[in-house]
Design a protein around this ligand. Structure first.
Ligand code: SF4
Ligand code: SF4
Length: 287
């Protein structure tokens, strides 16, 4: 007899987002419900491929009856919730978060979406001065990737990618407390001496350029980095039979960095050292 498996039906709940009812699976988050309702909710630490960590607090929304604002990326929907995604209080909080970040770290390489949201909320640049700005030399310890923690917003994405969400290597974590906390290897030893296996998955999820291919870093330093002259070609890694998709970023006929699509069912954007960094032989000029 063939056993027939029938998935349990997923219960739904109805919440009100900005005055309009939205019905979602009970497993949905308020962020998913808000976006399903068409709300423009900014995020920075959140990434669909990682477990929400609630560190940036940009996705906060106002829930009726809740004393504090609620991080929508990790709060599940509950029947009857009434949610305001862009109230005065929410706008004030988001503007303040952006302004605190902008006054403490270098946001010059954040993505276009973050730039758009900062303009939307009227962020006042360097509002709190330079007194608490991170100052730290760029860590260049090998030819694969650099760490520039002056750009680090402590979103924890790299920690999650290095740890339980992808790589399970746990080479990096948060060290220190408060304003002096930082991402570090064990005892802050150099990457080559640490447990790092150079998969580059931390680089792949970093939203600020704090982690960057050494090739990109050097090209930016010399003024040669030009994304308008780059093409991105999707191909399949040839190093083993898993079949990871690679996105080859090419400028002037040379590969300048490698990523993988976030929505690829094999990789979810993650790779190993061979797929991520194993391309030098392709453009070797040695016979
Ligand atoms: S390269 Fe991979 S192993 Fe090394 S710190 Fe980044 S995620 Fe962890
Ligand atoms: S290094 Fe990048 S990914 Fe890691 S916490 Fe800092 S900003 Fe986030």
């Amino acid at each position: 007899m063939i056993e027939q498996r029938i998935a349990d039906p997923v219960a739904t709940v109805t919440v009100t987002i900005d005055g309009a009812p939205v019905t979602m699976p009970e497993t949905a988050t308020l962020l998913e419900a808000s976006r399903a309702a068409g709300a423009d909710v900014p995020t920075l630490c959140y990434l669909e491929t990682l477990t929400p960590f609630n560190s940036c607090r940009l996705c906060v929304v106002e829930v009726a009856g809740s004393r504090t604002l609620v991080p929508s990326c990790s709060r599940m929907v509950e029947e009857g919730m009434e949610v305001q995604t862009d109230s005065d209080r929410v706008q004030h909080t988001r503007r303040m978060v952006y302004e605190l970040l902008d006054s403490t770290v270098d946001l010059s390489l954040v993505d276009d979406e973050t730039t758009r949201q900062m303009e939307r909320y009227g962020v006042r640049t360097n509002r709190f001065g330079d007194g608490y700005r991170r100052t730290e030399a760029v860590k260049i310890e090998d030819d694969l990737y650099v760490r520039d923690y002056e750009k680090c917003i402590m979103c924890y994405r790299c920690v999650a990618a290095c740890g339980p969400d992808a790589q399970n290597t746990f080479a990096i974590d948060v060290a220190g407390r408060g304003l002096t906390s930082t991402i570090a290897t064990e005892y802050d030893i150099t990457l080559p001496d640490s447990a790092c296996v150079y998969c580059g998955n931390c680089v792949g999820v970093c939203p600020t350029g704090a982690l960057m291919f050494t090739s990109e870093y050097r090209m930016r330093e010399s003024g040669d980095w030009d994304e308008d002259r780059q093409t991105v070609t999707t191909t399949i890694c040839t190093f083993c039979g898993v079949g990871c998709n690679l996105e080859l970023h090419v400028q002037d006929n040379r590969i300048v960095k490698v990523t993988s699509p976030m929505d690829h069912e094999v990789t979810s954007g993650h790779l190993c050292i061979k797929g991520r960094f194993g391309y030098a032989h392709i453009q070797s000029e040695s016979p």
